[in-house]
Design a protein around this ligand. Structure first.
Ligand code: NAD
Length: 439
């Protein structure tokens, strides 16, 4: 729906499909025009988006600019700079038996894309996929998360003012509206959120044989090996864990501390949290809030296990939960059973790298694996002996801001990938073209 809240999903999809069928979204000029319009929307309306993100998640302007508005602007700029080249047909070799002939791969738009976005980075995770969908020449229906209502409303209000209204529709709503949308036939569904709903999305997609991208989550470990600079390590883990009050899909979920690092890391994490948010994070505007009371209750229940090294204080009324580090955590503790998705960081001690690798491989494949080590051999072993959506040495979270890297999960952390040129491949059909002269 572009203007009103209660438009029939079939009508919305039929309208953007009719637009796709006219062929007007295919030319490079239309695609570049939409990307420039989306850029203008983000730049000119950034105050409205920053206010909405603050209302939904207590996001500071600095963080919202960096990880939401600015993130999407960077993705647009990278795409604008390269799109023409990405769309060039890619020549392919032809076996001698077919010669003379030419072969090439052509990127064909798929048609109508449905984007279902979550609440934790409600702007980035709605609009970064939209950049790819439009750049690939598709029309799109965007379903923002109802759990970030201010950001959802801002997108529904502002997107039609900037983008082609007949090609991009924003449908606000919760489960009922999403369920109704999923009954429609799309040419691709791009879902970001949890695995339970991912299964619902994939089941609905199967009915129409619609391909899906599932950007899911999971428990992303941070392996810390003796010899790594623990002060720097703690700073980088704390920044990734506690930004957006821990509600980041690629946040380090827990530390796998090898050997003696567990004890030393505790003190360094206390220092790192204080350096980030001061003595009282509750009064620091850079520190976010939990999205709602249900998640606040879920998170505070996890504090019963292990020993609280720092943090632990909370206030339900303001949905505040201090940045919390838990030590001496058993792998059987509830906090180690599911993605935490909040500002709680358990430290699990393991004796050596073999034990760390076994710990990772006994569990679901994570969206990200982080490791802090000076050893090239350890890097090699983690690369070859574990499976994860992304693998990052010496940093956390940052890989998703490298536009030439694919972003996506594997196994329980998702399927498919996007960002930069990978988005073009996700939202295109790679058509094989073989051309042999008849005479
Ligand atoms: P959410 O509750 O906002 O749900 C995501 C979307 O699914 C929303 O648009 C919502 O309306 C829709 N939805 C919810 N229930 C539905 C149902 N029964 N049927 C159809 N649609 C439904 O967000 P969430 O799932 O709580 O998000 C958190 C999860 O997302 C975490 O697991 C996190 O790791 C993951 N995540 C992954 C990424 C990534 O890029 N891989 C990014 C952010 C979040």
């Amino acid at each position: 729906m572009v203007d009103a809240v209660s438009v029939d999903p079939a009508t919305v999809v039929a309208r953007v499909r009719a637009t796709f069928d006219t062929g007007r979204t295919r030319p490079l000029a239309w695609r570049l025009g939409q990307l420039n319009a989306l850029r203008a929307l983000l730049v000119e309306q950034s105050d409205a988006f920053l206010a909405a993100l603050n209302a939904d998640l207590g996001k500071s302007a600095t963080e919202a600019q960096r990880s939401e508005v600015g993130f999407v602007v960077n993705e647009i700029d990278h795409t604008l700079a390269h799109l023409e080249q990405w769309l060039r047909p890619k020549p392919a070799g032809v076996p001698a038996a077919f010669m003379p002939a030419e072969a090439r791969v052509v990127r064909d738009p798929l048609g109508v894309v449905l984007i279902i976005a979550p609440w934790n980075y409600p702007l980035q995770l709605a609009l970064a996929p939209l950049v790819g969908a439009l750049a690939a020449g598709n029309t799109a229906v965007l379903k923002p998360s109802e759990m970030a209502p201010a950001t959802s409303a801002a997108m529904a209000r502002l997107i039609p003012r900037y983008l082609d209204r007949e090609a991009v529709a924003v449908v606000e709503g919760a489960v009922a509206e999403t369920t109704a949308l999923l009954e429609q036939r799309f040419d691709h569904i791009f879902y970001t959120g949890n695995g339970a709903v991912g299964r619902i999305v994939m089941t609905a997609a199967a009915k129409h044989l619609t391909p899906v991208t599932l950007e899911l989550g999971g428990k992303s470990p941070a392996v810390v090996e003796p010899g790594a600079d623990l002060a720097v390590t703690a700073q980088r883990i704390a920044r990734g864990r506690f930004q957006n009050a821990g509600q980041t899909c690629v946040a380090p979920d827990y530390v796998l501390a090898i050997g003696a690092t567990a004890a030393a890391l505790e003190a360094e994490l206390v220092t790192a949290v204080r350096a980030l948010y001061g003595e009282n994070p509750a009064t620091n505007s850079e520190y976010g809030r939990i999205v709602n009371e249900r998640h606040h209750d879920r998170l505070t229940a996890l504090l019963a296990d292990g020993r609280i090294v720092t943090g632990g204080t909370h206030d339900r009324a303001s949905r505040y939960l201090a940045p919390t580090v838990l030590a001496d955590v058993s792998p059987e503790a509830p906090v180690m059973q599911a993605e935490i998705f909040g500002p709680v960081l358990p430290i699990v001690a393991v004796p050596d790298l073999d034990a760390a690798i076994a710990f990772i491989n006994e569990r679901d494949k994570p969206l990200a694996l982080y490791a802090f080590t000076e050893s090239e051999e350890t890097k090699q072993r983690l690369t070859e002996e574990t499976s994860s959506g992304g693998l990052v040495f010496g940093l956390t979270v940052a890989h998703l801001a490298v536009p030439e890297l694919p972003f996506g999960g594997v196994g329980e952390s998702g399927m498919g990938r996007y960002h930069g040129e990978y988005s073009i491949d996700t939202f295109s059909h790679l058509k094989a073209v073989l051309d042999k002269p008849i005479a």
